[in-house]
Design a protein. Sequence first.
Length: 98
Amino acid sequence: MPKARIYRPAKNIIQGGIDRRGWVVEFAPSDRKSPDALMGWNGSRDTRSQLRLRFDSQDSAVAYAQRQGLDYEVIAESPVRRPKPKNYADNFAFNRVG
């Protein structure tokens, strides 16, 4: 039975704005990688390990895995950090510390 992991990827720290990551279903490799005789690149015959499916919610990702008969593991989501609202005028306040 193919194995899959369901997780929510980390937000790219370079990009700001609203976090719209979603959930990802990723398959575990079922074949080991071997070097190509001509070019020396690593590769395998397992095309499922290259596949990354994206879903809007955890429930829809789990439902997909169950429909496909996959042995899946849900990786716990890290808590979402909420930024504190700041005001630009606070940089010039008289009671500012620092």
